[in-house]
Write a protein that binds this ligand. Sequence first.
Ligand SMILES: *Cc1c(COP(=O)(O)O)cnc(C)c1O
Length: 398
Amino acid sequence: MAETSSPTSPFHPETRLVHDGSFRSSFGETSEALFLTQGHVYASAEECEARFKDELPGYIYARFSNPTVAMFEARMASFEGVEAARATATGMAAVTAALMGQVKAGDHIVSARALFGSCRYVIEEWLPRFGVETTLVDGTDLSAWKKAVRPNTKVFFLETPSNPTLEIIDIRAVADIAHECGAKLTVDNVFATPLLQKPFELGADCVVYSATKHIDGQGRCLGGVILGSEQFINDHIKTPLRQTGPALSPFNAWVLLKGLETLPLRVERQTRSAGSVADILAAHSKIEKLIYCGRKDHPQADIIAKQMKGGSTLIAFNVKGGKDAAFRFLNALKLVRISNNLGDAKSLVTHPATTTHQRFTPEARAEMGITDGLVRLSVGLEHPDDLIADLVQALERA
Ligand SMILES: *Cc1c(COP(=O)(O)O)cnc(C)c1O
């Protein structure tokens, strides 16, 4: 096997997403090979022993590593500009392993409260079961992060833009606060995509993705990835992942590898369409308070200008008239589909209060800005005029 990549690859991001991390087998295949194998054979018992002892390089067992999964990891690490990546079966496996790998009973985590529902469950309910203390703060309030710090604080966690309200957190400022108290910052970068926001350049120590979203981008499979320095991955991630087993399937890794090749084309096009759709919807009389990271009226446009290269593919807005009106709007859509994926080639709408965030109390939802009229729209690859026509006709029926 040859043609591995390095984080210092001289090529542009688009080029790295097509070529980096490719290993060619002796057949010289053009497209990355799918190594659908659970294990590997050894020429001798001595070789097998040496591989298990890490004295010889090579693959052992697909729970630890697999050539197709390794290509996906190498391509992600190269694109992100860090030394190491570990793939997981889902985005939530990545978030859970990244957090659990950094703490033990008695440690403390500070997290922004505006989070994807499952991330909030891990912070609020799952980790405390193992003696990890957690504090949720308003992530936009820098003094709240400082106030929450305790002598045992080990990890800061945030998602920006947040799901679904597109709240923005100043990554650089929060990373500085974390480092001043000896903690490390983990960023869930799903909504921004690896293309539009580079948390490592802003001081993050660990970045996690649900590859299910834009990285696949065509709604086919689940996947996740944890990125960091070689030392971070060795210290916190490598052994727990090997031993607990949330491994990415080689087939899914292969799909995600191919997804990375077209990521810039899709994200750039979907972001451009999202901008056009947001401008039309923001002026519509049935909509109040539309939030889009690419618009000047986003409440945190100044931070967006500092840390994002584009508005991304998601829009959040309130349909006037609460849940009933929002449901009438969703049910009247003909092209845009009701679903819960995002970053997909197909445009999808979600009603967070009754789906992704239905587990929370009305108070917790209100705190996160999730009203009954709130709709999250993930803009896909359709022609924007077709999307706008569908959204506008459905709003007339709301
Ligand atoms: C979807 C999502 C996740 C979880 O990813 P899965 O692949 O569904 O497990 C985590 N964080 C954010 C922000 C997400 O949107």
